[in-house]
Design a protein around this ligand. Sequence first.
Ligand code: ZN
Length: 297
Amino acid sequence: MAITSNRAEQENNEFATGAITRWFLVLVVMATVTALTQTQSPAAADASPQPQAASFVGSIGELAQLEGLASRAAARAAQPEMQRVRAGVSYEVVVGPDRPDVYFTFDDGPDHRGVTDRVLDLLDAYDAKATFFVVGRAAEAFPEQIDRIVNEGHSLGNHSYSHPRLTSLSLADVRRELTRASDVLETLSGHEISCYRPPEAKVNDQIHAIAVELGIGNETWTAEWGSHWGLWDVDSWDWRGGRDRTLDALDTVVEGDVVLMHSLSDFSADIFDEWMSDNHDRFDFEVLPGCMTKPVR
Ligand SMILES: [Zn+2]
């Protein structure tokens, strides 16, 4: 009995001790949780979820952009010599130890606002060369700008005589537009014109066949018809305005790219200056090969 009693007592004692231990553990856990909550609260308040989410989205966007650039650059690096056809001419991009070549092109000059002169001044200041796809009628009006383009080592391309949409003309009129522009430019510059860019990028096989016949179109170009990619790689969007959009577009430029700009508005010259001030030492800016103007014999 006594033993039973002792056992019962002992069991009671063990039960009591076990209960105290369990309660103690529960209290310790609760105290720990409270302490952790209290110490974490200020930190959690400092790092509000909004900025975290914003920076996350931002970094993903930047990453995607960087990956896009990196994959384009990697594709080119894997193919050190590339035959490219742009703006109606074919040229070779050679990836080498020198600074990468890029080809800026300015459409629609010469102009009466002094934009072409400003662009030429900037090209001189940044020791850069470019290709000007000029309109024959404008060249007649501002021949001194044609002189500057050629004398300062840039090249001239045919951008038609009066800047019509060539695809809405008869083929006879297309021939007249292109022939007249080349004649005007060769007379004014004393140089042979060897490339063209159709206004508004509107072109088809028949129009291009005329250009080939006139010596300003490349015979291998037809594979890329109907796509702006056959005419340039980067549209700077300077024709629409918008500083951020234009700078974003220019920031995608990589080796071998043909860049579309215009010599029509101060915006183009301003944004070219702004981008060049940050990027002029990253690239060599060259005349589009195959678009070289050579003296008429
Ligand atoms: Zn144009």
